[in-house]
Design a protein around this ligand. Sequence first.
Ligand code: NAI
Length: 297
Amino acid sequence: MTISFRDRVAIVTGAGGGLGRAYALELARRGAKVVVNDLGGSRDGTGHSDAAARVVAEIQAAGGEAMADGGSVTDLAQMEAMVARAKEAWGGVHILINNAGILRDKSFAKMAMEDFRAVVDVHLVGSANATHAVWETMREQAWGRILMTASSTGLYGNFGQANYGAAKLGLAGFARTLALEGARYNIRVNTIAPTAATRMTEDIFPAELLERFQPEQVAPAALFLVSEEAPTNVILGAGAGVVQAAYVTLTRGAVLAEPTPEAVAAQYAEIADRTGEIVPRSGAEQAMTIMQRLQGQ
Ligand code: NAI
């Protein structure tokens, strides 16, 4: 089976470099018309450049179709204008990859709240802005694919990235509910946790691994998750050609002998025991498992 994006219009935010550029190039190579969004800032989100236009030139040189957009994901009106331009030129928007991001790393003890807010604003609120701008169009079309970009930091934590981790797990949570709300409109919403050597990770990647961890090695998982055959409501990890699935699991738990914190302490081993754990497909399923537990199942 060949995965084609012919006749699809895709928006990739933060596609002026790194992972977003790799996604945009591969989408275009497989036939998509691509909006390359990027304000072209530095790693901490300050400044501007023509990074998006350069990627558009690369796509066009390879025979593909693309347009540049210099809007900031933090500005809802700019995201709405970007979507309107794409629809005017190409008649719709089918795919949105929320990829734009910045870093303001510091241990939480030293982190100014301004740096917390800035990171949450770009990653989490920025993804919500771009998604809000395309959502109605995708519902009307009854076809949409949206990808959120989480991170191992969001899923599992990383020293010095409290702001980034909060935003990134927020994105995985955002995707969960959108996947449920979008299901009957054929809108599928997934999350990727990439690992790649880009300017974002250049200080931490050992030189000998740079070659293996090129952004192009993450693109296959990202493209699968926005394709016709994409699943919905999944979290995939991807890096260096290895693709993994991440789950938020729930244990069977324990029925407390009495409603006290002492009972929780006494029964903690049973509460945490992973035997028979499940992966609920919605929040409501957790409530159902509580009812089942009370009925002795
Ligand atoms: P990158 O810094 O090359 O790419 C991020 C892009 O987003 C930049 O081109 C930047 O100009 C753009 N951007 C920043 N603020 C923006 C705004 N307000 N509006 C529009 N564009 C904006 O870094 P990389 O690694 O390619 O990151 C892409 C995504 O992958 C990010 O969300 C990042 O958090 C995520 N990620 C990357 C990992 C890695 O190993 N490289 C690990 C986990 C997550």
